[in-house]
Design a protein around this ligand. Structure first.
Ligand code: FUL
Length: 734
């Protein structure tokens, strides 16, 4: 084993680089040169809590509540607590499964947007205390906190600032226009004293007081809390209600000093809820105002940390991302057969992209109405846990270990790539076969600095690049087709100041048949291919996707059944007028995970007439078969009329919203039909729920078949109060 450059440091304290104090926030001064700004960015460091939180890597979100019983994604605040008829509860099973899966922390929805509380709050009757569950005496958070302790898991709480019960009921506190006066938190309640005698004095209104009292309960009566999760989503607002965030923060930082606050303070949303990850996930992001005083965050979509962004910044601030998504379609449990569950391939892929892409992974697993994780969810989690252990539990560089800081397991030791670049060679006593390479920077000491890096393997007497990627930060996992070699070389090619490498390791993931994607063109041609990977499968000059397809057998069905080893073999694109396609890849007798897609009536001959269109986003873009283009109605009539040219049977439709355009998402609307374009029949008023944070396709079924030549979609309510309507694609089901 041989390491070219060695430079060992082992300090936790702040240190000084060219007179610059490394810290969480650094101000950019008006006259700062580009070099100075980069040097400053290189010295932005996480807080201790942020660093400890990043090391948790993979965590479990649990959405449970009144919606579990109504089968809705968002409640409305009018629900009768009696609906929460939970007969059994097994929080041990939740924790056992999470532990087995390799998760470290559980974040539980103590109160979702509907306002129903899953613990014995002193400050409301809207919750478990009024439900049949354990005769009104049950406390789900209490049982969960005991199970977490038993299984060695950390606990976090989700407390929704949006509260529909407090908005809708006649004595509700949300937006009730009460005065800001000095109040003592917690407000004493007769017969229910607190063991923790800390008190706070804040000048707040009724709803903020309610929220603070509840936070006090959650943070003092359920063991140590490690994450407090504030959701930015609001189904509704009232009375100009504002949040006294600085009081909330003071209370949390006092009562739960080890907790990170998600959404406002210590951890940011990754910008989507579908498991998407960025190629470069920067922890050092930019602010226009002092982050310590900012009451809200800038938009969390897009690029936050590239050099271009840094040069325009007023403040550089350490704020890492959390990737949150659900194992099931939707955040709450609905049913066993219609609610799709992600496959182990899918979850493992997100795990590698999120954790191996400098983010933490918070995977939601919603318990069912029997108070348990469903069997399928457990199966998937177990399998993913097994793959994580099998792949990352063995370091193929273990024998190369010597005194090198990048091969030891000391997080405080590292090697510097001076001036942003450096080469690190690793010699092994025997050849190894690998298809994963992991590297880490010492972010707590040197910040996140690497901007570009590559991995070379010594193959047939020469160095060959096997993977390349951009930023690293806490962790980067490189994925590439397997190579067998006795010598590896990591090249840091670009970086800020002197980047550190604190740990590298090599791994082998037993390949499985790939996940497939199924798409259909406007002419009805269906193509099935291996899912394109946007990560680090970059081997120059090789079309990896095509190569993979040539090696596999793909089988598919169009009759709704799951493809087996006897199903039809896919050889080339085929025409499908409408219906469902299910496909699986088979490799050496092993079956891959199921891919499925539902297609509506072929749109080739359709014409479209919008009440109004923004000139850039014309109406035909809503039916062009391309989900990356979209129609926007501008400020006028949010109505779209499609002429199908001939009467067709229709049983429902699929609305696909644009992913990155937040204006005009249709949350409520009507679907009408006509045979002459003059007389219209309203067929369905639909409510699609949370679209801003989850802009995924929504299927609306009518429960009957109607015949029509013209269809009309009219928006009644747009997400976030928008008045224009946007449609990336409309499909009609027959
Ligand atoms: C969203 C909420 O509206 C969803 O219901 C869910 O809680 C998710 C994690 O955040 O914004």
């Amino acid at each position: 084993m041989m390491i070219k450059k060695l430079f060992i440091l082992s300090v936790w304290a702040l240190f000084v680089v060219t007179g610059l104090k490394a810290q969480r926030t650094i101000k950019v001064e008006p006259g700062d040169s580009k070099e100075t700004i980069i040097e400053k960015a290189a010295n932005v460091l996480p807080t201790k809590n942020q660093y400890e939180y990043k090391k948790l890597e993979y965590n479990c979100f649990i959405h449970f509540g009144i919606n579990t019983f109504t089968r809705k994604e968002w409640g409305n605040g009018f629900e009768d607590p009696k609906i929460f008829d939970l007969q059994e509860l097994d929080t041990d099973q939740w924790c056992r499964t999470a532990k087995d899966a390799g998760m470290k922390l559980i974040v539980f929805t103590a109160k979702h947007h509907d306002g129903f509380c899953l613990w014995q709050s002193r400050y409301t009757q809207h919750g478990v205390m009024s439900s049949p569950f354990r005769n009104g005496k049950g406390d789900i958070l209490k049982e969960l906190s005991k199970s977490c302790e038993k299984y060695g898991l950390k606990l976090g709480v989700y407390l929704s600032p949006a509260d529909l019960y407090q908005i809708e009921n006649k004595n509700g506190l949300y937006g009730n226009l009460s005065k800001y006066t000095e109040r003592i938190i917690p407000r004493p309640v007769e017969g229910r004293p607190f063991a923790n005698k800390t008190t706070f004095k804040f000048k707040v209104d009724d709803y903020n007081e309610y929220f603070l009292n509840q936070l006090f309960e959650l943070l003092t009566e359920y063991g140590p809390i490690h994450e407090v999760w504030f959701d930015g989503a609001h189904p509704k607002r009232k009375g100009g209600q504002e949040y006294n965030y600085f009081a909330w923060k003071k209370l949390i930082k006092t009562l739960a000093p080890e907790a990170v606050i998600f959404g406002k303070e210590d951890v940011r949303w990754c910008g989507n809820e579908s498991g998407g990850t960025r190629e470069s996930e920067w922890d050092v992001v930019t602010f226009d105002e002092d982050p310590a005083l900012a009451n809200s965050f800038p938009d969390m979509h897009g690029d936050w940390g590239s050099r271009e962004k840094l040069f325009k910044a007023k403040y550089l601030h350490y704020l890492p991302a959390e990737t949150n998504t659900s194992i099931r379609e939707g955040w709450f449990y609905r049913d066993e057969d219609k609610q799709r569950v992600r496959s182990p391939d899918d979850v493992f892929d997100i795990y590698e992209r999120a954790v191996g892409g400098n983010s933490t992974f918070l995977l939601n697993v919603p318990p069912n109405r029997k108070g348990r994780f469903s069997d399928e969810d457990v199966r998937v989690l177990k399998e993913v846990g097994k793959r994580i252990r099998e792949t990352y539990g063995t370091d193929l560089l273990a024998n190369a270990k010597g005194e090198s800081p990048i091969l030891d397991n000391d997080e405080n030791s590292y090697v510097l790539a001076k001036n942003g670049n450096g080469k690190f060679e690793i010699d092994l006593p025997k050849p190894i076969t690998l298809n994963r390479f992991m590297l880490q920077e010492a972010i707590h000491l040197k910040g996140q600095r690497i901007e570009k890096h590559a991995l070379d393997a010594w193959l047939n007497g020469a160095w060959e690049q096997v993977a390349e990627a951009t930023s690293v930060g806490y962790k980067r996992i490189l994925r590439f087709p397997e190579v067998t070699t006795q010598k590896l070389r990591l090249r840091v090619v670009e970086g800020r100041s002197d980047p550190s490498v604190s740990k590298v390791s090599a791994h082998y993931y037993t390949p499985r048949p790939p996940q497939l994607s199924i798409r259909r063109g406007l002419d009805g041609q269906v193509t099935i291919e291996a899912k394109k990977d946007n990560f680090s499968w970059k081997k120059h000059g090789i079309d990896f996707q095509k190569n993979l397809m040539n090696k596999l057998v793909v089988r598919y069905t169009i009759d709704g059944t799951g493809p087996t080893a006897q199903s039809k073999v896919y050889t080339q694109p085929f025409v499908l007028p409408s219906g469902e396609v299910k496909a699986r890849a088979f490799d050496k007798g092993q079956a891959g995970s199921l891919a499925e897609a539902e297609f509506g009536i072929i749109k080739k001959d359709w014409t479209v007439d919008a009440g109004f269109s923004d000139e850039k986003y014309t109406a035909n873009l809503a039916i062009d078969g391309d989900v990356s283009t979209f129609w926007n109605s501008g400020k006028e009539l949010p109505v779209l009329i499609i002429n199908l040219q001939k009467a067709e049977p229709i049983s429902g439709f699929i609305y696909t919203p644009p992913v990155d355009f937040k204006e005009g998402l249709i949350e409520k609307g009507t679907f009408s039909i006509s045979n002459d374009g003059e007389e219209w029949d309203d067929i369905k008023t639909f409510d699609l729920g949370n679209l801003i944070n989850d802009p995924t396709p929504r299927t609306v079924r009518f429960g009957k078949i109607v015949n029509a030549k013209y269809v009309k979609i009219k928006m009644l309510n747009g997400a976030g109060g928008t008045t224009s309507a946007t449609i990336a694609e409309i499909d009609l089901l027959d």
